[in-house]
Ligand binder design. Structure first.
Ligand code: AHM
Ligand code: MG
Length: 338
């Protein structure tokens, strides 16, 4: 079927709800709620440069309202939207210590999905006008409907995800998501507030020549990563090496570029950070699900990210994600140096 680039995200969701026979439309409504909250957050992120004019974060503005830091703002907007629409039974966020239990109508715990999210990833980049993102991950609860959610509803391996996606607040704002049937990207037309299908069926090139890693941590990297970086930098005309190094320091942006152009993103464990920096539940699992759905791979250096059994909400994990051949090559170096 030729993709219809005039199709809006709303139309796409309805069409695919029919095609994939989502049971009750609940997942569609949930993605719709995320789409809505993302528009509100986008509006605020776009004004970030004006904060100094209207009052710094933490201050009170002219109307007497508190100016919030943007990551707190984004967190509140997503949580409020999901709670108000009574669309999920629980939320876990990188910004909250514990998960949130949500009661539906009549104080019943009758919704079936939980959402895990990083409401504004890479937020340290906002001050310098670099793209940031929201990452979300959706699971079906394991506890019985009608009961309050439990920690085990959130501690599910990534291979149980029903949907995952990200919003990139970039030169244009995009929402990219998967429900396990490929990956589609929608670009926001800010004039009318509508997302259009701009990147249908997104695919990671099988191989690539971009590597993204914070090389400032080089001396603390495991030997396998040092060896792989050396491989990336070596001359080899047939294999298009040396590769190009590109690191924005904003996971969503680095991932998005690599998915379009072909590349690998790495945040390994270091001598200082034994499990790396990124969070399994809010960052790595959703990005890994998207990567695999786009034909890429995601690993902790030795095993598939999506098969890791989480033990705690804010668990960190080393992350290697991108074009299949590149991730496999990095794993090869990790195994050799073990
Ligand atoms: P955050 O969730 O505190 O924003 O941290 C996650 C971010 C990623 O977006 C990015 O890839 C990474 O941290 C950059 O870390 P570093 O500055 O250590 O390279
Ligand atoms: Mg983050």
């Amino acid at each position: 079927m030729t993709p219809n680039t005039n199709q809006t995200l709303g139309e796409f969701i309805i069409e695919h709800e029919k095609a994939f026979k989502y049971t009750s439309g609940e997942l569609s409504r949930l993605i719709n709620s995320i789409r809505l909250a993302a528009k509100v957050v986008n509006h605020e992120v776009n004004k970030a440069g004006l904060v100094d004019i209207t009052g710094k974060a933490g201050d009170t503005n002219i109307q007497g309202e508190d100016q919030q830091k943007l990551d707190v703002y984004a967190n509140n907007r997503f949580i409020e939207t999901l709670i108000n629409r009574e669309i999920v039974c629980g939320i876990a966020s990188e910004e909250n210590d514990d998960y949130i239990t949500i009661q539906g109508q009549n104080k019943a715990h009758d919704n079936k999905y939980v959402v895990l999210m990083d409401p504004l990833d890479g937020s340290s980049n906002i001050d310098v006008n670099v793209s940031v993102g929201t990452i979300f991950s959706i699971y079906r609860r394991k506890s019985p409907i009608g009961e309050p959610v439990e920690i085990d509803d959130f501690l599910q391996p990534g291979n149980q995800q029903v949907a995952a996606g990200y919003i990139i607040y970039g030169t244009s704002t995009m929402l990219v998501y998967t429900t396990g049937h490929g990956v589609n990207g929608f670009t926001l037309n800010p004039a009318i507030g509508t997302y259009y299908l701009s990147h249908p069926d997104m695919k990671f090139p099988d191989d690539g020549n971009i590597y993204s890693i914070n090389e400032g941590n080089y001396v603390h990297f495991p030997q396998g990563v040092k060896d792989y970086i050396k491989y990336c930098q070596e001359e080899c005309e047939e294999e298009n090496r040396p590769y190009t190094s590109r690191y924005i320091g904003s996971l969503v942006s680095d991932f998005h570029r690599n998915m379009i152009k072909g590349g690998i993103y790495m945040y390994p464990n270091t001598a200082k950070a034994k499990n790396g920096k990124l969070r399994l539940l809010y960052e790595c699992n959703p990005m890994a699900f998207i990567a695999e759905q786009a034909g890429g791979e995601a690993s902790d250096g030795y095993q598939r990210i999506l098969d890791i059994n989480p033990t705690e909400l804010h668990q960190r994990v080393p992350f290697f994600c991108g074009s299949k051949k590149m991730v496999e090559k990095a794993e090869e170096f990790m195994a050799k140096a073990k």
